[in-house]
Design a protein around this ligand. Structure first.
Ligand code: ZN
Length: 409
């Protein structure tokens, strides 16, 4: 692997300082694959240099996960053990700064029965959800990526230098290169996104209308009080500004659950539970997905939309211009962190209560009453075709172009 220590160090520092923005005295919880222990060491040290009080690590292994799913009973896997719950309780108490480094093999779960996978995910998520809700909006977190051999091979099956190619792409999308100051580059980038988000918030659109020659013809109502957000978030407990996703290109909000009509046609494959859904569209009536069509993965898509009550309703709409560096890389990363930053997308499932005024203080039930969707899933799918038009419709019926030909109008 040809990436220099200098670049790796810059990347680790960027994740810790700009991404998670670790504050002196904070506890950090790093989640990273065992294979990436060398990079983990760099991240841990960067956290301590930023003043972390203690850095804990959750080591993950997709090999172990695969073997568990292959050999262990569904019932065994579905059970959340008391120590796992105790760990979550501790997290609610500590509110650690969380750093997730993704390097998963997109095909890790390929031979696993998708029903088993989704059932286990579902029962575990139900137990974990109250804890997840309790920490939401009260801690800093960041998800970034580190390439693995298998992930690189998945993206570039024909190439001997697959790892180099994936590295190059990742560093491009997170704005790290030999001779730049990535912290300054991120400042410009987040300023641009925040300017656009502020414009959208000023407009106060009541709904959005999507149109594309590929068959997308869709209208969704927005929540009047909900804000458009992008790039970063602020931890209300200490005012630390952090960037939850690196890369990030999107400006997003949660639309009014149960208020949309029409068809959205996906422009990129969707990888869900390590399996692919390709060439698909979803049709909504009265705010719910009533039918879907997929050239590949039809059954999987149907199951996804039926995971629970909220899985058939939208939780997110996001705007990303087609010039996004992720889109310019021109390949599928098989990883939502990147693929969702390629172009405009929507997500079925859980919405974001933070987009509501004082949303962080609301319970999920209160947020739901204001139109935020609730679900155990949140799955993004890309609808940003090169000719996509999006119009904002004002409460008085006036239409304002937001996107034309896949980019800001
Ligand atoms: Zn998104």
């Amino acid at each position: 692997m040809s990436i220099s220590q200098h670049l790796l160090q810059k990347y680790a520092d960027l994740i810790v300082r700009t991404g998670a923005n670790v504050q002196p005295g904070q506890i950090v919880l790093l989640t990273i694959a065992v294979e990436q222990h060398e990079f983990a060491a760099m991240v841990i040290e960067a956290c301590y240099k930023a003043g972390a009080k203690k850095v804990n690590v959750d080591w993950t292994s997709d090999v172990q996960s695969r073997l568990n799913y292959l050999y262990a009973e569904q019932e065994t896997l579905s059970r959340v053990l008391p120590w796992e719950e105790a760990k979550m309780k501790q997290m609610v108490e500590d509110l650690p700064c969380r750093i997730f480094i993704e390097s998963e093999d997109p095909d890790a779960m390929k031979e696993i029965d998708p029903q088993k996978l989704s059932d286990v995910t579902q029962s575990r998520a139900k137990v974990m959800k109250p804890y997840r809700n309790a920490i939401e909006g009260k801690h800093q977190w960041v998800i970034a990526a580190y390439p693995s051999e298998k992930w690189a091979k998945k993206c570039f099956p024909e190439d001997d230098d697959a790892m180099d190619k994936l590295w190059e792409a990742i560093l491009k999308t997170v704005r790290v290169c030999e001779d730049n100051d990535p912290v300054a580059a991120w400042k410009d980038h987040t300023d641009f996104i925040e300017k656009k988000a502020a414009w959208l918030n000023e407009q106060g659109f009541a709904s959005l209308r999507y149109r594309s020659a590929n068959g997308t013809d869709f209208r969704v109502d927005l929540i009047p009080e909900a804000k458009w957000e992008g790039a970063g978030a602020t931890n209300p407990l200490n005012d630390a500004f952090y960037i939850p996703n690196m890369p990030t290109e999107e400006i997003f909000t949660s639309p009014m659950a149960g208020k949309c009509e029409g068809t959205l046609v996906a422009v990129k494959p969707l990888s869900w539970n390590s399996q692919l859904i390709e060439d698909f569209s979803i049709t909504f009536e009265n705010g719910r997905a009533v039918s879907c069509r997929a050239a590949r993965g039809q059954e999987l898509l149907e199951r996804m939309l039926k995971m629970d009550e909220g899985a058939s309703m939208l939780g997110e709409v996001a705007l990303v211009p087609k010039e996004s560096p992720v889109n310019q890389c021109g390949f599928l990363f098989y990883e939502t962190l990147f693929d969702e930053n390629a172009c405009c997308h929507c997500a079925v499932g859980m919405g974001f209560k933070e987009v509501l005024p004082n949303g962080d203080d609301l319970t999920m039930e209160e947020a739901q009453k204001q139109g935020i969707n609730d679900s155990i899933i949140h799955v993004d799918f890309m609808v940003g075709s090169d000719d996509l038009s999006i119009d904002g419709i004002c409460p008085d019926g006036t239409e304002v172009p937001i996107f034309r030909d896949g980019t800001w109008a």
